[in-house]
Design a protein around this ligand. Structure first.
Ligand SMILES: [Zn+2]
Length: 95
């Protein structure tokens, strides 16, 4: 499954509810899920961490759906198989 297919699946599952919640509410959920991921990263529960990654990408897809943004297109436009700063692959930027 590609990013676009995942986003379409989320659209099919949740778009009606996501639209009713709106951009602000959905962004707030995304931020809550990012915070939960941050908490899981402090521990060593691999399965719980994996679920938080799933929640983050799901809420990101929901937010993109409300905004009419194609995540796959946006991601590949910004990261076209090379670093957008140094234009290299792998990235050769200095830390
Ligand atoms: Zn770079």
């Amino acid at each position: 499954m590609e990013i676009r297919e995942f986003q379409d699946m989320m659209k099919h599952l949740y778009l009606k509810r996501d639209r009713e919640r709106g951009v602000g509410g959905t962004f707030s959920w995304l931020m809550d899920e990012v915070a939960e991921l941050g908490e899981e990263l402090k521990g060593n529960d691999r399965e719980a961490t994996e679920k938080e990654f799933a929640d983050v990408i799901a809420w990101l897809a929901s937010l993109a759906n409300i905004m009419g943004i194609d995540l796959e297109k946006a991601a590949l436009n910004k990261y076209p198989h090379k670093c957008p700063k140094c234009q290299s692959s792998p990235c050769a930027c200095t830390f």
